[in-house]
Structure formats: C-alpha cells, structure tokens
Design a protein around this ligand. Sequence first.
Ligand code: SUG
Length: 447
Amino acid sequence: MIAHEVNFDGLVGPSHHYAGLSKGNIASEKNAMAVANPKAAALQGLEKMISLHRSGFKQGVLAPHLRPNIDILRRLGFSGDDRSVIAKAWKSAPDIVSKCYSASPMWTANAATVSPAADTADGRTHFTAANLCRMFHRSYESDFTEKLLATMFSDEQHFAHHSALPSGHYFGDEGAANHTRFAQDHGAPGVEFFVYGEKAFDNQAAKPSKYPARQSLEASQAIARLHGLKEQQVVFAQQNPEVIDAGVFHNDVIAVGTTNLHFYHQHAFLDSKRVNAELADKFADDSFYALEVKDEDVTVAEAVSTYLFNTQLLDISDENSANKFVLIAPSECEDHPRVKRYLDQVLASDAPIEEVRYFNLRESMKNGGGPACLRLRVVLNDPQLESISPRVLITEELYQDLVAWVEKHYRDQLSFEDLRDPQLIDELQAAAVSLEHILKMPNLYSL
Ligand code: SUG
C-alpha cells in the first residue's frame, strides 16, 4: 500500500534554555548558562516545517510538554502552591528547577520508536515511548509523550501504543534517534535497524568509558519484540564506543538513512562492514546504497560540531527517476569549509543525494539538537492519515496560527536565573491553554 513518511517536528516550548544538562552532548555542555531566545528557537523550527510543507512533503507537529513539571518537584519534597514549590526548590536546588523546566521534548526523534504497519505482525503501526532514563531532565518525558501519541494516533484499528520500557539504565531507550528504517519505498515491508551503545547485562562487552551509552541492546530487542518484528527484518548494531566518547550520544549524530540509502561515518559502528552487509542482505533487492564518509573527508569531531549526519534525508524519487534524495542540513554544515566541500562533492558525484538545503536552527543546535533531532518520522498509509486530526498537519493556516501564538506567548530572552521568576509559571500555563485550542486538543495539558 502507498504510504508517506510524515515528519512530526517538535514545537519548541517556551521554556527553552541552556543549562548544560546532558553529559556527553558537547554542544549542551559548551553552551551551559548562555542566554536562550525561546521565541527565535520556536520560529526557526516552524520555518523548517513550513518550508518542507511548501515543497510538498507531509509535515506534522508535536505539541510541547507543559513546564515546569511541578509534580516532580513535589515528589522530591518541595511543597505548597506552585509558586512556593518553585521558590523553595530554587533556594536549595536551582539545578533541579532547571531540569523541571527543560524544553527537551522539542527533540521528538527521542519521543518514541515507530514501526510502520507494513513491518509489524498485526499490520498496525506500533509506537513505544522512549524512557530516556539516562538523563534526569528527560526521564519524565514519557508519561506525556504516551498521552500525546495516543491522542494523536487514536484509532486502534491502525495504531498500537506501548508504554515506555522499565526505567533504569539496563533498558535505556532513546527512541527513533537510534532506529532507522530501510525499505524499497515507504509503504513496502522494511528492514528496521536498531543501534545500541552497550550490552547492559554484559560486563565484559565493549562500552564507552567517558560518556554514558544511552541505548542498550536489551531495550532495542524489547522494542523489536513488542512491535512484532520478524528476525529477518531486523538488524542490531553496536555503536563504536569511541565515537560515544567523542560526543556521539545518539546514533543519529553519526548516521542517517531512509528507503534504500544509508549515509554514515566510517567510524559509526563497531563493525561497519558486517552491519552494511547484513542490511544489504536483508533488504528486499540489490538497490541498498551505503554511502560511507571517510575520516579523511570529515572527521568524527567535525561531524559532531556540524551535525553533518543529523540531517534529514528525504526521498524525492518519482516515476522518472528512482533513488533521489534531498538532504536537510543545519547551516553549521554550510559554514564549515571542509564539510561544505564534502557535500558539494557528493552533489557532483553519482551518489543519490541531489540537493542539500540548509536551515538556521542555531537555538536548538546549541543544545545539541539538529534537523533530525527535531523530527519523529511516522510512515502513514492513506487510511491512517485520514484517521488523524488534520490540525496536527502543517498547513499555511496552522503555520500562521502557530507563529502568532509564539509571537504572543514567548520571551525573546531566557536565562537560567530567569527560571526563578514566578511569573514564568503563569506565562507557560497561558500559552498551553491557548495551544490546546489551536491544535484542537482540549484538555491535553489537564489544566
Ligand atoms: O538529549 N539536549 C538533548 C539533545 C537531543 C538530540 N536528539 C537527537 N540526537 N536525536 C539531549 O542531549 C540539552 C538540554 C540542556 O542542556 O539544557 C539536551 O537535553
């Protein structure tokens, strides 16, 4: 059946700020305490969404989570009304306040792992919300993510939802950032590629030494089971521990793929040759294309600083020519002479990438989130697409409404210190109530 890959981008929430919350994410650590511009961040994200919509791609939007998460602060012993909770927590633990204000759900590649209907045993699209248990500020995202996805993809005939995996690092799961799907076309049965950072139950196995491995093999295996995937459709691969220690905290910082193209760095995996041979073998025909970037062209450090691989590969094949892709890249790639030269060479070569489009996503990039982090891919066939609310799919009208909403409710400066301002709680709640109306999702935030 014909199906579309719909990119659901996270709308950047109004509490976007820089607090250095993610160990092993070099941009986040480097920009800790910089002053953020939440309004610019949200508008940059919306600009990418509308631009892809205008180019004919199906584009969706995922609502931000409500912040601050007062419930977590109460569970940690801070009591009173909302304002007192923040005031008390700020006094003794400002860093925890920041974590409860994090706008990290904007990176929807970490919201869930999604297996399209064409791959699963029961012919439904399966979602497993990511537990994100390695980083405290992200570890409480999954409750709302589950609710949001179940609200948006509610028809049980088409969609199945699984709760996040048990918490604790043994089942650390960071969602689609470590999951790629290859298929002849989006609607055909595919090969699902799960990349993990460590075998959590095996003390002898290779692991990174400096930074945490956020995804475990055990978690990836559980998701493949839950989604009803057959062995011959699944490939598991270990990330090279050395690249995790060099700042590749998710596989989507060093590899990207869709339909029949895998674009990755030579050092991405422990055994790249074996990995690509298995992918090619399990792929339906001999059209699988592995585009490997050599260290001499772009080093791992350059890939991490420019996010060359945290790009969106969009398949633009048509009846006249199969195998054409456009790459959606952050402007950091254009500004970097060696990376730009490499991309120009790819365009001039016979590799299937035909076009590169650069976007300014600097506010998100400064926290380690590029174009690919900002989107969750959901392959939907026509009946599935018809079953979801049109109000979560970007149109000119929705775009204008969201821009006006951002202009009205967002600050253009937010520092760590600003999080102590009790007024911010009210501002964020007012923004949330107004967004429920725009997206036609009453009671989404239960306010
Ligand atoms: O989990 N940054 C996110 C970035 C996520 C990127 N996603 C993908 N690669 N798919 C993270 O490290 C930083 C927040 C701060 O420091 O304020 C943060 O959470």
